[in-house]
Design a protein around this ligand. Structure first.
Ligand SMILES: Nc1ncnc2c1ncn2[C@@H]1O[C@H](COP(=O)(O)OP(=O)(O)OP(=O)(O)O)[C@@H](O)[C@H]1O
Length: 572
């Protein structure tokens, strides 16, 4: 874990070396100052040489100024190092999350991911800066001060040494306790985030059920849990710092009493006693630093552990080593004995054999939960088949790179997802480098031109979070415009179930018919009226494909499709 943490220093080696070197010089100067004071008292004062005192004071002033300058560098550049590392990790994590497959998003709460990308990394930057530097300096100063104390007076230094085992015990004990405490705090704040994410994005549902109070109560439970976890961490921290305080005061007292006794017996000069007490103060700094690291290390490491946990989750759908870049597919799709399950316990698709010719429009119908959406999700490899194979133009899709495969497939979701931003940005999402002419052409084909022209800000209109300022029909036409821009040879349409008014539906149907031209089109159909002209209708049931054929053929057959048709027709 620690080696992995240090690997993040690599790109910032130079910054680290400069910062570290400055910090070492500062620490050495700190070690030298009490010696100078001792020399000042024992040598310069008895000689009453004013000129020498002034010269030495000027020398000390220059050294103080130099040390101040170095401390500025250590502070600013050190923090820069920490922030740089934190930024790198955040970037890496976001990149990693972007590359995850659907299964990851199925099983991970958005709030948890957000927590890991934001909060969890806050303390890591601080740890990256203070951790190795402060620890090294603290140990160096601690050992250095003790060595000098031994040269001043061995007996007194031995008395001072008694503190060390107590310190080590306190550090180890609280480190262990704090590790657990911070980890649970991070888990709880992730839950708070997940709860907030859920109820804010579902605010409209919450209000329509007037469940605000229920949401507030649920949030309060998570918030309380977080409070208790954080309080637990601070309790351990307070024990530790109180323990540290007590130990260090006892330490000074012991040194003073024993030092006074030695001095009465003529074994220690006043200068030596002052110098010794100053070194005891020099010792406090590393002790303070160590107790600060003690607070920071478990916090930062708990964040780093959660960071690595996420980084170690590898996507289950990956490119093969020699995967090929494909381009310009015709769109002949074949399912060969395909089996699929989301989890081991339940098989969703069994033995699916299906052949779709390029340019064909194929509609999938069947009871809810039969697997229509799942079949279509396998084609862009959102999930990999559990058994069997899917080929496009004769090539197994697992031999293609995901990026090139998905560039050949367009998906119009039932629930169109739009991003906060302008109409133009959302349409151009279909082809990020599209020109205005291309966008305008796509908009025209999607029958969205008139609507955009009626808006005062036209293409620059802000559509609100997730496009909430647009109607269902407008969102769908926007999604269709995106597809015209993307222009893929294979199209998957998840037909909207939401009732649109007849006129809007007609417009959308027209746009979709236009979009489907010369493309292999797969429609996940909910209303049978819209698929009358499909080249093939595939009836999917929990046991697999039950029927396949044209609309009239299936009706004449009098099987499941005819039944479904009858039910819908009666309903209508
Ligand atoms: N991401 C998922 N993780 C686990 N199980 C899933 C997931 N998505 C769907 N399922 C399950 O797989 C089965 C098939 O679902 P699918 O969405 O493919 O059905 P569908 O025929 O498209 O249904 P509908 O017509 O209601 O949209 C269902 O039992 C469903 O509960």
């Amino acid at each position: 874990m620690i080696r992995r943490f240090f690997s993040y220093y690599k790109p910032h080696r130079r910054l680290f070396i400069i910062d570290f070197s400055c910090a070492i010089i500062v620490a050495l100067l700190e070690l030298a100052f009490p010696l100078a004071v001792q020399w000042f008292i024992d040598t310069l004062l008895p000689g009453q040489n004013w000129n020498a005192i002034v010269t030495v004071s000027i020398g000390l002033l220059v050294l103080y100024a130099f040390s101040t300058f170095l401390q500025y560098i250590v502070n600013y550049w050190g923090h820069m190092l920490g922030i740089n590392i934190e930024t790198d990790m955040r970037h890496q994590l976001f990149q990693h999350v972007q590359r995850q497959s659907f299964r990851f998003f199925d099983n991970t709460k958005t709030g948890h991911i957000m927590s890991r990308i934001t909060n969890d990394l806050f303390d890591l930057g601080e740890l990256a800066h203070h951790g190795p530097e402060d620890l090294f300096i603290a140990i160096m100063t601690f050992v250095g001060a003790f060595c000098i104390m031994f040269t001043i007076n061995v007996k007194l230094a031995l008395v001072a040494l008694i503190i060390v085992p107590f310190l080590i015990w306190l550090i180890a004990y609280s480190n262990f306790k704090m590790n657990t405490a911070w980890k649970s705090m991070y888990t709880e704040i992730a839950d708070v985030n997940a709860r907030v994410e859920d109820s804010i994005s579902g605010a409209r549902v919450v209000q329509s059920f007037t469940n605000e109070e229920f949401e507030i109560k649920r949030f309060a439970i998570n918030n309380q849990k977080f409070r208790l976890a954080k309080l637990g961490a601070y309790k351990v921290m307070s024990y530790t710092s109180s323990g540290m305080f007590m130990l260090t005061r006892l330490f000074v007292l012991a040194v003073l009493v024993y030092g006074a006794w030695l001095s009465f017996r003529g074994q220690l000069s006043y200068g030596e006693l002052v110098g010794f007490v100053l070194y005891v103060n020099v010792l406090f700094k590393p002790i303070d630093k160590i107790s600060a690291i003690l607070e920071l290390y478990p916090k930062g490491m708990a964040g780093f552990k959660r960071f690595t946990e996420l980084m170690d989750q590898h996507p289950d759908v990956v490119d093969e080593q020699d995967a090929i870049e494909i381009n310009g597919l015709k769109g002949d799709i074949r399912f060969q004995k395909v089996h699929f399950s989301y989890d081991k316990n339940k098989s969703v698709l069994k033995n699916i054999d299906l052949s779709i010719q390029h340019g064909e429009t194929v509609a999938f119908v069947g009871p809810s939960g039969a697997g229509k959406t799942t079949i279509c999700s396998l084609i862009p490899r959102f999930y990999d088949v559990t058994d069997g194979a899917i080929t496009i133009d004769g090539i197994d899709i697992r031999h293609m790179t995901k990026k090139s495969l998905r560039s050949q497939i367009g998906i119009v979701q039932q629930d169109v997802f739009l991003f906060t931003g302008t109409l133009r940005e959302n349409i151009a999402y279909g082809a990020l480098d599209a020109t205005q002419e291309e966008i305008a052409k796509a908009v025209k084909l999607a029958h969205l031109e008139e609507f955009i022209q009626s808006l005062p800000d036209g293409y620059e209109t802000q559509i609100g979070e997730r496009g909430l300022k647009l109607s269902g029909g407008q969102k769908q036409r926007l999604a269709i415009a995106r597809m015209f821009l993307k222009n893929p040879p294979i199209l998957i349409l998840d037909e909207a179930t939401s009732a649109l008014d007849t006129e809007t539906e007609l417009i959308i149907q027209k746009a979709l018919t236009e979009l489907s031209k010369n493309r292999t089109t797969l429609i996940i159909a909910h209303r049978l009226a819209t698929i009358r002209n499909a080249d093939k209708i595939v009836v999917v049931t929990e046991d697999g494909i039950a029927e396949e054929g044209r609309h009239d053929e299936l009706l004449a057959k009098g099987g499941i499709f005819a039944n479904l048709h009858k039910v819908q027709f009666q309903k209508a």
